[in-house]
Design a protein around this ligand. Structure first.
Ligand code: 6R9
Length: 636
């Protein structure tokens, strides 16, 4: 499906951008007209960042799945909607057309209703990257239930926290999942989580790996049994208000507790689709291979919602880049003739480490556009991607955005606006970035750095954090008056192009995953014998940032026990959060550098972790400056 809102030249981009700033309501109304509505909106936008209170397409009525599915049936029902590539290259792939996906979603939506799920109920989804994962999400959206997908790498404790926070009484999971050489026991992890979540009424379990699982009578049911036992299907989707919540997605912030970012129906739909079509310059015959996990926002917008709303074909891969060998991505690209590859710098760096041999004999000729997301891309990785994957022939879009944004915010548009290695470049139409100094004053002009804020609403922005609106205000709208604060630092070059320099808050970016230092500290502190800890990031060749933990134990472990205690702490962190939060380095210390008021001076700890011992700056305000010498001496 070709959407009229695709800008096809730099000139058109400039015009669209100007229009979006001069008349935001008129601009977005024009975009929104290309979607399927049950009822037109009365007013495009009402907003007040100070509350915050943002409403788009007021009183519009729609269902996003009618935009993702029903709308395409007449014109392209037989087009592949999703191509699913399994973890094991020996297992056959599956292709599902729009008609088939529509059938499955309608059917599973009926299963959800039969199990008592209603509009507004929260449903947590904890599955591997199987074809049924988008089916489950879309089925929720079809009946107006709010899904919250939890990344399959999170621990039982993390699942329990999210279930509780969302008040979710329903879960959808798999018996197990495949990821590379590993079989992940998803249902067993869910069982652990549910041991402290007695309020969960129903768990629907998809069989994927066939590993034995415990099914709790009266609570757990099999996906296939339910589908077989359910008559009919939800052919008429629930009519939703434009501002009804579509999903919750948890993400880390600078406090210890992940926040449930809430996205609503119409604005998210419009923005995810608009950004998809424009950034990748989508064409009707594209095969879009986004390697992100659906458990992150990138998968929500650019494997599921944006791609399907645009009538595209999404390539969904179950496994990891290096299984069974480091040529797997290239095999998949060749096998399915992918035209767009959207991945993370950390994946590129991990593949670079294998050299170019895995690329030999694999055909990447189908590729037309490359994309990156999740963290700043270093120039070396950019050039490798450009030369060896793109054959110097494919524009690379460096897409900056966040869970809270719903879709890509700052990025070049493939082949249409200029690219610059290391730069996300220019804002999409509708996005008004500003750089702000410490005092909150907007920094004008070019060749300047500051904290990145957005000063005008866009349709895909978060509306609240689940169950705690004040937290949303404090986190994003209180730092600077009347602006959304991203938490990122940014440089604007002489030409006005944006380069994201990384988080300015206590959030780490490890392999493109957001992890709050406070969350990791909380997990470490739960370990027996730990008195206190402080976590900072340090530069890591593959992960971008690694996790460095300074830990004070009740009794300092002697050299023989170091290894043992370290390993035990890693186990605790894995249990509390998941393997992604495991520190790369743990240093046992007898004290931490603190100010007289008791605040940990993270700046110093960061410098030491980075190995910049001579650049510690002023340490005279410390309570006990001697502790710094000890930490320097015993650095790991
Ligand atoms: C989509 C996604 C958001 C944080 C964001 C920033 C970092 C994302 C980036 C980038 C530099 C890019 N980030 N894309 N930094 N260049 N192209 O990643 O969402 O998981 O919420 O992370 O990731 O620091 O604030 P999320």
């Amino acid at each position: 499906m070709i959407m009229k809102f695709r800008v096809g030249s730099y000139e058109e981009y400039k015009q669209a951008y100007a229009a979006s700033v001069n008349d935001p309501s008129g601009f977005w109304a024009g975009v929104a007209e290309e979607f399927l509505w049950r009822r037109q909106w009365d007013k495009v936008l009402e907003w007040d960042f100070r509350k915050p209170d943002v409403k788009w397409f007021m009183n519009g009525r729609l269902n996003i799945t009618e935009n993702c599915l029903d709308r395409h049936l007449a014109t392209q029902g037989d087009k592949p909607a999703i191509i699913w590539e399994p973890n094991d290259p020996g297992e056959p792939h599956r292709t599902i057309t729009y008609r088939e996906l529509h059938e499955q979603v309608c059917r599973f939506a009926a299963v959800l209703r039969r199990n008592g799920i209603q509009k507004g109920d929260r449903v947590c989804i904890y599955m591997g990257m199987v074809l049924e994962l988008p089916v489950a999400m879309l089925a929720c959206a079809r009946i107006g239930a709010i899904h919250s997908v939890i990344f399959g790498g999170f621990s039982a404790q993390s699942i329990a926290d999210r279930l509780q926070d969302a008040g979710a009484e329903y879960m959808i999971t798999c018996d197990g999942g495949y990821r590379g050489a590993k079989d992940i026991p998803l249902k067993a992890t869910v069982d652990d989580a549910l041991s402290v979540c007695g309020f969960v009424k129903r768990v629907i379990v998809l069989q994927r790996t066939g590993i034995p699982v415990t099914m709790t009578e009266g609570r757990d049911v099999w996906w296939h049994d339910e589908v077989a036992a359910t008559e009919g299907s939800v052919t008429t989707a629930e009519e939703m208000d434009a501002e009804d919540p579509l999903f919750i997605l948890y993400t880390s912030g600078s406090t210890g507790k992940p926040k449930g970012v809430v996205h609503t129906t119409a604005g998210y739909m419009v923005y995810a689709t608009y950004s998809f079509v424009n950034v990748f310059q989508v064409r009707a015959d594209d095969i879009h291979f986004c390697t992100a996990d659906i458990g992150w926002i990138t998968g929500h917008s650019y494997i599921v919602y944006g791609v399907l709303c645009a009538g595209g074909t999404s390539l969904l891969y179950e496994g990891i880049p290096t299984w069974p060998d480091a040529g797997r991505f290239w095999d998949i690209v060749g096998k399915h003739r992918a035209t767009i590859l959207y991945t993370a710098p950390t994946a590129i760096r991990s593949l670079m480490a294998y050299g170019t041999a895995p690329l030999q004999g694999r055909s990447l000729a189908s590729l037309r556009v490359l994309g990156t997301v999740g963290e700043p891309i270093n120039e070396e990785a950019w050039h490798w991607y450009n030369e060896y994957v793109g054959g110097k022939n494919c524009p690379i879009v460096d897409t900056w955005w966040q869970t809270e944004n719903g879709g890509i915010m700052i990025s070049n548009l493939a082949g249409v606006t200029p690219a610059k290695p290391g730069y996300a470049t220019l804002p999409l139409p509708g996005i008004q970035p500003v750089l702000v100094d410490e005092k909150g004053d907007v920094i004008t002009g070019n060749d300047v750095s500051g904290n990145l804020c957005i000063r005008f609403p866009w349709p895909g922005m978060l509306r609240t954090t689940w169950g705690d609106h004040e937290r949303c205000r404090l986190n994003y709208f209180a730092a600077y008056d009347n602006m959304y604060f991203t938490g990122d630092g940014c440089y604007r070059d002489e030409q006005g192009m944006y380069r994201i320099t990384g988080r300015v808050d206590d959030v780490l970016n490890v392999s493109g995953h957001r992890i709050g230092t406070a969350e990791v500290e909380n997990a470490i502190n739960m370990h027996e014998g730990v008195l206190e800890s402080a976590v900072v990031g340090f530069p890591h060749d593959v992960k971008g940032q690694g996790i460095y933990a300074y830990v004070i134990m009740e009794s300092m472990p002697d050299d023989d026990r170091h290894m043992h205690v370290r390993a035990a702490i890693l186990v605790t962190v894995t249990e509390v959060i998941g393997p992604i939060a495991r520190p790369d380095k743990i240093q046992f210390v007898s004290g931490l550098p603190k100010t007289r008021s008791g605040k940990i001076m993270r700046r110093i700890l960061r410098k030491i972790a980075e190995g910049e011992m001579h650049a510690l700056g002023d340490t005279s305000t410390l309570l006990d400056p001697a502790v710094v010498d000890e930490i320097k001496r015993t650095k790991v």
